[in-house]
Design a protein around this ligand. Structure first.
Ligand code: MN
Length: 285
């Protein structure tokens, strides 16, 4: 059964950090989410005024942040001493766990800055685990050419190609079993692929146009296209081709209480996080 779009969460222009212009779909208006995905921001601008201020030091607790750079150069630094250069095509996978304090600052004063930041929730029993950080450059992300043209990058999880070979992304083994693909299709090219029925899934079209499932019209661009039940998704690119990210993961079915950069299960845990941060205990055991 092919998954159809059941809900569209449009990316709405907003700003975050010290004044970075971005488009927030998941986690934006009315905090619409897709368990375990909490938030999705797309940043895309050729105007340095939209991004130079960056994201000065700030905390997180209780989830993971994933930054995927399409174009540009940012520097990540955190309290653990990690320094990571986020460059075109690269991914930063950060597990905030009990606490991380980091900054993400542009390393360019002109040109294009494009990419995504995705927040993925952690299960209750992992929210207070030690923080972790992975910096994955473009050449460490496996990709495969698709039959009929186009390509697919495997950022998280596994992809079984047309010859039955498994391509394993650099991120795997997490309890929500996330899949994260970046798919580029040629004009009119179609693509169908299995997704576990246990997983929630969505597609986000960032270039060109796509039809999804049996819908006769191209799906809205720059929107989280939430897919319903089924064991496969099916997409067809329009005349200009298409680029889209596809995300899927196992839902946690746990209560969510969010206060800005802290995402926990109860109000008390949020009060604890704020208290820990104010007293410099957020990142210590
Ligand atoms: Mn952050």
């Amino acid at each position: 059964m092919i998954r159809e779009i059941t809900r569209v969460i449009p990316g709405v222009l907003t700003s975050d950090g010290a004044g970075v212009r971005l488009r927030r779909s998941l986690g934006g208006q009315d905090r619409q989410r897709l368990d375990p995905f909490l938030m999705l921001d797309e940043f895309s601008s050729n105007d340095p005024n939209d991004y130079v201020a960056g994201f000065p030091p700030h905390p997180h607790r209780g989830f993971e942040t994933v930054t995927y750079m399409l174009e540009g150069h940012m520097l990540h630094q955190d309290h653990l001493g990690n320094r990571g250069h986020l460059k075109t095509g690269g991914v930063q996978w950060m597990t905030a766990g009990r606490g991380i304090i980091h900054s993400e600052m542009p390393q360019q004063e002109s040109g294009a800055m494009r990419g995504f930041q995705l927040w993925i929730n952690l299960p209750a029993q992992e929210k207070m685990k030690p923080a972790g950080y992975r910096d994955i450059q473009d050449d460490a992300i496996p990709r495969t050419n698709l039959l009929g043209g186009g390509l697919l990058k495997v950022i998280a999880g596994e992809y079984r190609d047309s010859r039955g070979e498994i391509i394993r992304g650099p991120i795997h083994g997490l309890s929500t079993e996330p899949l994260f693909f970046d798919i580029h299709l040629e004009p009119q090219q179609s693509f169908t692929y299995s997704l576990p029925t246990t997983h929630n899934a969505f597609i986000y079209v960032y270039e060109g146009g796509l039809k999804v499932g049996s819908a006769p019209q191209a799906a809205p661009k720059q929107s989280a296209l939430i897919l319903g039940e089924g064991d496969q998704f099916s997409i067809v690119a329009s005349e200009q081709g298409a680029k889209a990210i596809v995300l899927a993961a196992k839902p946690l079915h746990e209560p969510i209480v969010q206060h800005g950069p802290f995402v926990m299960n109860t109000r008390e845990e949020i009060e604890q996080a704020i208290d820990d941060y104010q007293n410099n205990r957020l990142t210590t055991t």
